[in-house]
Design a binder for this molecule. Structure first.
Ligand code: GLA
Length: 420
């Protein structure tokens, strides 16, 4: 199935470029990556009003809201109809069985509890799960979502459309961007195109606040063979983002896909056999380091204490929400690439560092400030953000044992700055 016809491409492109070449598509939103929950990874399209309200209540009580997880995003499956929009004329409707009170009532509920509500659609005749899409109804849909009180839109042109030409994808992203801006409601805009057609190079200029860098994540830390079969595990996704950090920053973020923490291999939607607690902690830490949106994908009502503790680590969340908005880069890696050091500078001039052991055995890892961070601090102190312990000061490389698939997450401050 092609995304849109070539004739539509030409006419839309020319019209859009002519009308809007000088428009400012910056909506000034998402100055830090969006944090919240999304329904897809655990539930697929089996969602309903009661589930969403219970999710809101649970995130309120468990402290997840306080920690910053405020977007509650309905993914595909909230719509009434499957099939082409032409067969279902009139405004988009919520499924009356799944959402008997309607989406506006749900948004009101979310807002009354201090959350925001997100919704999902796509630029084709159909969404990725076959529900009616927004093609040729972009303005009407944006106005409708705004009237419901929607705060976030995932607009998904589907991972199956790898062959859609860039200009075509760009035109549909831009068309919805303009529609959202005209709706006059601040709506964070996720232009989801599964990492095709170098979306990171142009989507920010076309008004997107986030874009996926790859196909769907699987519930695996490292499962060789997955990528060939469409899914990206945690390490695949990290590698996919490694050369893309220059495109991410305040207002426009590389999206490494929704979190798998807590899925435990029991997702009704994703493939994968689950990951260990250490691997989920590493995944969460690394998504924070690379400044990805942090959207919980598991059922928050039944999270284990360990998963909840992982998601509630405020010192890790602080790395993600730092106002400087720098994604971490690979600062050093071993010749066999089993050990990597990721680093990023923070707004207060400290550094966040991840010592990542991708290998299958415990390893001694060393952080050498001059080699790895190119910073000339003679003495520095270290805080271990999982042990919540201060260490140092040190005037030599920092050494630590890192378990298989563990990441030690450190924050480093100077004690004595430069010796020239
Ligand atoms: C695509 C996206 C997923 C999800 C589904 C919904 O596969 O990549 O994240 O939104 O569509 O149908």
């Amino acid at each position: 199935m092609r995304l849109l016809s070539l004739s539509f491409l030409l006419s839309t492109c020319l019209a859009v470029v002519a009308q809007n070449s000088s428009s400012n598509l910056n909506n000034s939103l998402s100055l830090t990556p969006a944090m919240g929950w999304s329904s897809w990874n655990q539930f697929g399209d089996s969602i309903n009003e009661q589930l969403i309200m219970e999710t809101i209540d649970s995130m309120d009580k468990s402290g997840l809201k306080e920690a910053g997880f405020i977007y509650i995003n309905l993914d595909d499956g909230w719509q009434r109809y499957k099939g082409d929009r032409k067969d279902h004329p009139g405004p988009l409707e919520a499924d009356p069985v799944k959402f008997p009170s309607g989406i506006k009532a749900l948004a009101d509920y979310a807002h009354s509890k201090g959350f925001k509500l997100g919704i999902y659609s796509g630029p084709g005749d159909l969404t990725c799960a076959g529900y009616t899409g927004s093609k040729d109804h972009e303005s009407e849909d944006a106005v409708l979502w705004a009237s419901w009180g929607i705060d976030h839109l995932k607009y998904d042109s589907c991972c199956s459309h790898a062959d859609a030409p860039q200009a075509e994808v760009q035109a549909v992203v831009r068309t919805m961007s303009l529609a959202l801006l005209s709706s006059s409601r601040p709506i964070v805009y996720h232009a989801c195109h599964c990492g095709w057609v170098s979306v990171w190079e142009w989507a920010a200029a076309d008004g997107a606040n986030q874009w996926r860098i790859g196909q769907d994540i699987s519930d695996d830390f490292n499962y060789p063979g997955n990528r060939e079969k469409y899914y990206f595990d945690v390490l695949d996704m990290l590698d996919r983002g490694a050369n893309l950090t220059q495109y991410s920053g305040p207002g426009h973020w590389n999206d490494y896909d929704m979190l798998i923490v807590g899925l435990e291999g029991k997702s009704g939607q994703l493939v994968g056999t689950g990951a260990s607690d250490v691997e989920y902690r590493t995944h969460f830490s690394m998504w924070a380091m690379v400044a990805s949106p942090l959207l919980i994908g598991a059922d928050v009502r039944t999270l284990s204490n360990t998963s909840l503790t992982t998601l509630l680590n405020r010192e890790i969340i602080e790395l993600n929400q730092d106002p400087l908005g720098k994604p971490a880069d690979v600062a050093w890696e071993s010749a066999d690439k089993t050990q990597q050091i990721y680093a990023k500078v923070m707004a207060d001039d400290s550094y966040a560092v991840a010592l990542l052991n991708r290998g299958g055995a415990t390893a001694d890892m060393n952080l050498n400030l001059r080699r790895d961070l190119t910073i000339p601090w003679d003495k520095y102190r270290v805080r271990d953000l999982w042990k919540h312990e201060d260490k140092g000061p040190y005037d030599m490389p920092y050494s630590v044992e890192v378990m298989a698939h563990e990441a030690k997450i450190l924050r480093i401050w100077p004690v004595e700055k430069t010796r020239n």
